[in-house]
Design a binder for this molecule. Structure first.
Ligand SMILES: Cc1ncc(C[n+]2csc(CCOP(=O)(O)OP(=O)(O)O)c2C)c(N)n1
Ligand SMILES: [Mg+2]
Length: 547
């Protein structure tokens, strides 16, 4: 049907809008699409059938979106989600909201009713009053394709958005009749790889002067340090200037957490790392919005000199105004800084190794429920350094934010900003599709698991050997905790009657085990990671609220 030359192709006039969409995916190196079909996407699925792109069939559009997100987090490439009009789109809205707060690039493709009926609510199947309004709320860029001949160029724009600036979700909808319409003329479709934003030389100069003139510089990394690929540079910069590195939860992976200069994601107001930060005279913030959650209500100590490296002009001044802004891709900015600083003299000073060691140790002892760290340590022992841990909104995952050391970028997921339940399993599926040879473990609570446990079907069908660790307390403990703390223990809506998860595994024809001791957990995770089917590992744990 098409002539493909490298990363461009030409489609003949008789090709359809749907074929143009699939061609655009192909030339942009898309290898997999996560989706659920319907009568509104028949044309797209038919075109996919002729393509080498793999289709992974989810069981709910929430799963579709979290899989695309997990794929993106693991691979650094955009994850593609394909859904139907109306309920497909509203079901996808939650994962798009999650991807938006966590800066994960998802390309969402949906259908809509025929052009003549758009936004008319005339009783068409899957009518949604304002579908673009729903997706506008959770995307960076959002478009409606009104003629088949523009499908290719809209996809080009979508990939430009996905690959430039802050990585965020985008969406295009295709009215039914556009998908089946012929292009009417030959259309050329090319891949879009916009240049990565370089830092301005004067901002690098100013920052280099400030850093070399500082006595106690500290580096603070957010998710942008990980997603830009700045990890190696961050580590070299820290070593060069002797700066300890603190990260947000999203910034885990921007330096090996067993590096002597790493203070992990353990900063808290009043702890030993806070003391250390208060003595800094120069903070270099890399790819972080310094958000309310990460800064515990904007309480991160900001020293006299604040340098911020950010790709997003809006986030650059959000929450704290930098003295020296560096608007650029974080990896390029750090590389430029390294270049500029390596030949310059620096002021003596810095933190002693013992100070850093002692702050790290003290913070780890005081971390959230540190007395439960044995299970986290067991998981870390069972997961190789480059293996992925995909976590959910569950108490044990909160323990892991501080106490699970991450060694490599893109190997630790948490649904940070939006904080939705049900993320961990489908995100692990997406990650395992992206990195089939890596160990990928899902860690989830008994409550969160039930949001998307239907995706077990997908994991079985795709034969993905994911150990699924369910920390099971038959409770919405995070909420029960809050009711204890702030409502005098007036509990309501927090006790759960759960299925037997080992029996559930049996129903899917997959292994299921129940373990309590950390050593058994470690062993079962190792065994499960070696299988080519998912394994449910049910871990009964005591409640988190003293009765
Ligand atoms: C979509 C969504 N609905 C509700 C919540 C509120 N919420 C946060 S944690 C939580 C309890 C989760 O229970 P579980 O997965 O068993 O983990 P646990 O807190 O018991 O460790 C709830 C209901 C949420 N975060 N997301
Ligand atoms: Mg629970």
């Amino acid at each position: 049907m098409s002539t493909t030359v490298g990363s461009a192709s030409t489609l003949p006039a008789i090709a359809t809008g749907a074929q143009a969409v699939v061609q655009a995916l192909e030339v942009n190196d898309v290898e997999v699409v996560f989706g659920i079909p319907g009568v509104h996407t028949l044309a797209l699925y038919d075109a996919l059938r002729d393509s080498a792109i793999r289709h992974v069939l989810a069981r709910h559009e929430q799963g579709v979106g979290f899989m695309a997100d997990g794929y993106a987090r693991a691979s650094g490439k955009p994850g593609v989600a394909l859904v139907i009009t109306g309920p497909g789109v509203t079901n996808l809205a939650t994962p798009l909201g999650q991807a938006y707060t966590d800066s994960s690039p998802i390309l969402a493709l949906s259908s809509n009713v025929e052009r003549a009926y758009l936004d008319g609510m005339r009783g068409n199947l899957h009518d949604l009053k304002d579908q673009l309004g729903v997706t506008a709320a959770v995307t960076k860029w959002n478009a409606r394709c009104m003629t088949a001949s523009t499908a290719g160029s809209l996809l080009e724009s979508a990939f430009r958005e996905l690959r430039s600036g802050r990585p965020l979700p985008v969406h295009i909808e295709f009215p039914l009749d556009v998908l089946d319409e012929s292009l009417g003329e030959a259309v050329a479709i090319s891949a879009t790889h916009p240049p990565v934003r370089e830092p301005a030389s004067d901002s690098i100069d100013r920052a280099a002067t400030a850093i070399t003139g500082a006595r106690r510089p500290v580096i603070y990394c957010g998710g942008g340090a990980v997603s830009s690929g700045a990890s190696a540079g961050v580590t070299r910069l820290a070593e060069l200037i002797g700066a300890p590195v603190v990260t947000s939860v999203m910034g885990k992976g921007s330096i090996r957490e067993d590096h002597p200069l790493s203070l992990g994601a353990m900063w808290e107001p009043g702890n030993a790392i806070d003391d250390l930060l208060r003595r800094s005279d120069c903070l270099i913030v890399v790819g972080s919005k310094l958000g309310e959650q990460a800064t515990r209500g904007f309480r991160l100590p900001i020293p006299t000199t604040l340098i911020r490296i950010d790709i997003d002009p809006k986030e650059m001044t959000l929450n704290a105004r930098p003295d020296i802004p560096i608007l650029a891709d974080a990896r390029l900015a750090i590389d430029a800084l390294l270049d500029r600083i390596s030949t310059r003299e620096r002021l003596p000073g810095g933190y002693a190794r013992e100070e850093i060691d002692s702050a790290r140790h003290s913070a780890s002892l005081g971390a959230y429920h540190a007395e439960r760290r044995d299970h986290i340590d067991a998981l870390r022992r069972a997961i190789p350094a480059d293996g992925i841990l995909s976590t959910d909104m569950t108490q044990m995952a909160y323990v892991a934010t501080a106490l699970y050391p991450v060694y490599e970028p893109r190997t630790y997921f948490f649904p940070m900003g939006y904080g939705t339940l049900g993320f961990a399993l489908p995100a692990a599926i997406g990650a395992k599709v992206a990195r089939p040879d890596a160990t990928v473990v899902a860690m989830v609570g008994d409550g969160g698991f039930q949001y998307t446990m239907s995706e077990l079907g997908c994991a079985v069908q795709e034969r993905l050997g994911i150990p699924i660790v369910i920390f099971n307390d038959s409770t919405y403990s995070a909420v029960k905790n809050a009711q204890e703390r702030t409502r005098d223990g007036r509990y309501i809506g927090v006790d759960l009657v759960n299925p037997d998860y080992v029996e559930l595994a049996r129903a899917y024809g997959i292994p299921g085990v129940r373990v309590a001791a950390p050593e058994d957990l470690e062993r079962e995770v190792r065994l499960a990671a070696a299988r080519d089917l998912p394994t449910i590992i049910d871990v009964p744990i005591p409640g988190w609220v003293a009765e």
